[in-house]
Design a protein around this ligand. Structure first.
Ligand SMILES: NC(=O)c1ccc[n+]([C@@H]2O[C@H](COP(=O)([O-])OP(=O)(O)OC[C@H]3O[C@@H](n4cnc5c(N)ncnc54)[C@H](O)[C@@H]3O)[C@@H](O)[C@H]2O)c1
Length: 255
């Protein structure tokens, strides 16, 4: 389905990013994934896709401009100009109230979760503009782009900003036939929810709040991302699709 396409997946060494990378590889795309710290995990994701003619891993800090430039050069060298981008790299909320939060902490999450997509989207678009080519972007946001949590001012602000970045960029790029969409997951079983992954009793208490009755898996999200990157989604741009088993519909119930 995506044989002629070249994809970059940030955060591809883990969780949702790894599932998206595997799905893209299975669909025939050549894939560059980024890893932050865990090269061995990134190598395993690439190996599941194929040899180095199909997938490579590049160390990158998505919040750093030079690092993102290096990522896109590595992709150009290995496979050519990328036309698909999944921004999955990100850090979770710290749980620190604003009154107690150091600026450096706020900056760390905003850098990875908002500056990161800004830098990678810009690099992708600049590459495509040079060739007059179309492309597709999916930014992994969160239901917390709208639903706030005390202690989540860093994450919630980053994801709220990402939602507007996605919509604004979609408007800018529609005439160029570059689609930009978001995906807003609820509770997904990845290392970001490490305790829920390993502690079944704890997971059950959280899952009790999800109307669908279970947490999501990285593959649930990857199937949606793959669709949004596929030709079947051609006319979809500027929207964010929630994937949360109806969790976000339960706010303001019962009182
Ligand atoms: N797991 C969930 O329940 C959930 C829910 C909603 C949204 N999300 C979002 O999904 C995305 C993927 O999360 P996940 O659940 O797969 O978590 P994860 O922790 O498994 O993966 C995130 C990856 O991003 C990498 N990363 C963090 N900062 C980085 C940086 N500055 N540069 C490069 N890489 C960096 C981490 O090293 C990690 O590999 C994130 O954007 C997250 O906010 C996750």
């Amino acid at each position: 389905m995506l044989q002629d396409h070249i994809a970059i997946v940030t955060g591809g060494e883990s969780g949702i990013g790894a599932a998206c990378a595997r799905a893209l590889g299975k669909a025939g795309a050549r894939v560059v994934i980024t890893y932050f710290k865990d090269k061995a995990a990134a190598d395993r994701v690439c190996a599941a896709i194929g040899d180095t003619t199909r997938a490579i891993a590049v160390q990158a800090d998505v919040g750093n401009e030079d690092s993102v430039a290096g990522l896109f050069s590595a992709c150009a060298q290995a496979f050519g100009t990328p036309d698909l981008l999944v921004n999955s790299a990100g850090l979770n909320m710290t749980g620190v109230l604003l009154v107690d939060m150091e600026l450096a902490q706020f900056d760390r999450v905003i850098r990875s979760d908002l500056y990161g997509p800004f830098l990678t989207c810009r690099a992708l678009v600049r590459g495509l503009e040079g060739r007059g080519a179309s492309g597709r972007i999916v930014n992994i946001s969160s239901i917390h782009e709208k639903a706030p949590r005390a202690g989540g001012v860093d994450y919630d602000a980053a994801k709220g900003g990402l939602s507007q970045l996605t919509a604004t960029l979609a408007l800018e790029l529609a005439p160029k036939r570059i689609a930009v969409n978001g995906v807003a997951p609820g509770m997904i079983l990845t290392p970001m929810n490490e305790r829920a992954v390993h502690d079944a009793a704890y997971r059950k208490t959280l899952e009790a709040a999800i109307p669908w009755g279970r947490a999501g898996t990285p593959d649930d999200v990857a199937r949606l991302v793959l669709f949004l990157l596929s030709p079947d989604a051609e006319y979809i741009t500027g929207t964010t699709v929630t994937i949360d088993g109806a969790l976000s519909l339960t706010v303001a119930q019962g009182a």
